[in-house]
Ligand binder design. Structure first.
Ligand SMILES: NC(=O)c1ccc[n+]([C@@H]2O[C@H](COP(=O)([O-])OP(=O)(O)OC[C@H]3O[C@@H](n4cnc5c(N)ncnc54)[C@H](OP(=O)(O)O)[C@@H]3O)[C@@H](O)[C@H]2O)c1
Length: 423
C-alpha cells in the first residue's frame, strides 16, 4: 500500500472516531520520509491519547506524485524530507510565508540558507524545527535550545558523521582506509559516492548549524574550515595506540580569543576523553560550560527509522506548543588560527644530527615537543612527535621549513591532538 493510500485510511479512521486531526504535508518519501510515514502510523494513537489531536499525513510529494500548492493548502504543518537546496528552500519559505510551521532534516539547506529561513520563521511567528538535521536521533538541538538555554556554552564538540567514525573504528582494528571504506559501503553506512562524508563537508554543515544554536552567531558552511579522513594512514592509527591516543573526526565550535572558531578535522584524543570510546556508526556530542562542566550525548547518527524518530519528535513538539520561533542572531567574529597540540609524522634519513635539526627548526617557530617516538627503518628513520599547544599557522610554517631539509624522505603529516581539558 502506498503511503498516501495508507494515510488516507488513517484519516478515515480518525474521522470515524471524531478526533481532531493535525494534518501533515510530507515532502519526500525516500529513506527518511518513508520511515516517518510508518512511524507516524505506529505512534498516532499514543500521540492522540496525550495530545487530543491525531497526526495524519494529508498529502505526500515526491518527484512523481503530489502537487505542492494543494499539499500546502491542506496541511497544518509541512515536513521537508526531500534534501538538497532547491526546491526544498523554496517550499519551506512558501510554507512559512503562509503561516505554516515546518520541520526539516536538511543540513545542507540550513548550513547554506539558515539565516534566511530563521528570519522568515521569526517574521511570520512560525516554528522551524530541525532536530534530525544534526546527529540523527541524538537530541542535541532540543538540549541546546531548551535544557541549556540559560547556560553560557564555551564549547561544543563531537563526532557528527557516523560513516567516518565507522571507517576510523575499522582502521583502528587494522584495516587500511580503502578496506574500511569498502566495508562501510557493504554495511550500508557509506554511499556509493562517499565524498561529502570522508572530506568532512557533511560534518562541517552540521557544525555550522550547531554553532548557530550554541552561540547565536550565523555561520555559513563556507566559513567552517574542514579536513577529512582520506589522507590518514594505517600507521597513524598504530602510533596513536603507542601514544595512548584514539583517532576521530571531530567537529568543534568554541569561543576562542574573543570570537568563535568552527572547524572539523581528524584529531587524536586521550583515552579518558568522553568521545574516545564512541565507536562504529554512532554520533556523540560533548557540550562544555563552566556551569555544567560537560554533558555528552550519544546515539545513532543516521538511518531511516532513527532519523524519522527525531522528525516525529519535532512534529509532536510543534503540536504541543513546545517550540519557539528562532532567536535573532548575535555576531561573534569567526577565528581561524587556533592553538592545539599536534601529532607530527616525519620519515627522515637515519643520519647523526637529524633530530637536532628538526627540533631546532620547530623551536624557531615556537613549536615545542611533548613526546617523541623514533623508529629505525633501515637507512631511514621515522620520527613521530606530539607537540605542546601551538598556533596552527606557526606549526605549518615550521613544518614547511622541516620539509625543505634534504634528509626528509616523505611529505610530513600533522594531525591535531585534543588534550583532555574541560572548561
Ligand atoms: N538517510 C538518512 O539516514 C538521513 C539522516 C539524517 C538526515 N537525513 C536528511 O533527510 C533528508 C532526506 O533524506 P533521505 O535519505 O530520505 O533521501 P532520499 O531517500 O533520497 O529521499 C528523497 C525523497 O525526496 C523526493 N524528492 C527529491 N527531489 C524532489 C523534488 N524535486 N520534488 C519532489 N520530491 C523530491 C524523492 O522523490 P522520489 O521518491 O520520486 O525519488 C524521495 O521521495 C535529507 O535532507 C537528508 O540529508 C537523512
Amino acid at each position: 500500500m502506498s503511503a498516501s493510500a495508507r494515510h488516507a485510511d488513517g484519516e478515515a479512521d480518525a474521522g470515524a472516531r471524531g478526533g481532531e486531526r493535525f494534518r501533515i504535508g510530507l515532502l519526500g518519501h525516500g529513506t527518511v520520509g518513508g520511515a516517518f510515514a510508518v512511524l507516524l502510523d505506529e505512534r498516532a494513537d499514543e500521540i492522540e491519547r496525550f495530545n487530543g489531536q491525531r497526526p495524519v499525513i494529508s498529502g505526500v510529494l515526491t518527484r512523481s506524485q503530489g502537487d505542492f500548492a494543494e499539499i500546502l493548502a491542506e496541511a497544518d504543518l509541512l515536513v521537508e524530507l526531500i534534501g538538497g537546496l532547491e526546491p526544498a528552500r523554496e517550499y519551506l519559505l512558501s510554507a512559512m510565508r503562509s503561516g505554516k510551521d515546518v520541520v526539516t532534516a536538511n543540513k545542507q539547506l540550513l548550513s547554506h540558507h539558515g539565516e534566511e529561513l530563521f528570519e522568515t520563521a521569526r517574521e511570520q511567528g512560525v516554528r522551524l524545527r530541525f532536530e534530525a538535521a544534526v546527529a540523527g536521533a541524538v537530541p542535541i538541538v532540543r538540549v541546546l535550545e531548551e535544557s541549556l538555554s540559560a547556560t553560557p556554552i564555551e564549547r561544543i564538540s563531537g563526532i557528527v558523521n557516523g560513516t567516518t567514525n565507522f571507517i576510523l573504528t575499522e582502521m583502528s582494528a587494522g584495516s587500511s582506509y580503502e578496506q574500511a571504506l569498502a566495508q562501510a559501503q557493504r554495511s550500508g553506512y557509506a554511499e556509493a559516492d562517499p565524498s561529502d562524508d570522508v572530506s568532512g563537508r557533511d560534518a562541517a554543515a552540521k557544525m555550522a548549524i550547531l554553532a548557530r544554536l550554541a552561540f547565536g552567531t550565523p555561520v555559513h558552511l563556507d566559513e567552517v574550515s574542514y579536513e577529512g579522513i582520506e589522507h590518514l594512514h594505517g600507521d597513524d592509527m598504530q602510533y596513536a595506540r603507542e601514544l595512548g591516543l584514539g583517532l576521530k573526526l571531530i567537529g568543534t565550535a568554541e569561543r576562542r580569543d574573543g570570537g568563535l572558531s568552527v572547524r572539523v578535522h581528524p584529531a587524536f584524543l586521550y583515552g579518558g576523553h568522553p568521545l574516545a570510546s564512541v565507536v562504529g556508526p554512532f554520533n556523540a556530542l560533548t557540550v562544555e560550560s563552566e556551569a555544567i562542566t560537560e554533558i555528552t550525548l550519544s546515539g545513532p547518527g543516521a538511518g531511516g527509522r532513527q532519523t524519522a524518530s527525531a522528525v516525529l519528535g519535532d512534529v509532536v513538539s510543534v503540536m504541543t506548543g513546545g517550540a519557539r520561533p528562532p532567536a535573532p542572531p548575535l555576531a561573534l567574529p569567526l577565528i581561524e588560527d587556533v592553538a592545539s597540540a599536534f601529532y607530527l609524522h616525519l620519515d627522515v634519513a637515519d643520519n647523526p644530527g637529524v633530530l637536532a635539526a628538526v627540533t631546532q627548526a620547530l623551536g624557531e617557530h615556537d613549536v615545542s615537543i611533548k613526546s617523541i617516538v623514533q623508529r629505525g627503518l633501515g637507512e631511514n628513520a621515522r620520527l613521530v612527535m606530539v607537540t605542546h599547544a601551538v598556533r596552527e599557522s606557526s606549526l605549518r610554517t615550521a613544518v614547511d621549513r622541516v620539509a625543505e631539509f634534504d634528509f626528509v624522505r616523505s611529505t610530513p603529516r600533522m594531525i591535531r591532538v585534543i588534550e583532555e581539558e574541560f572548561i
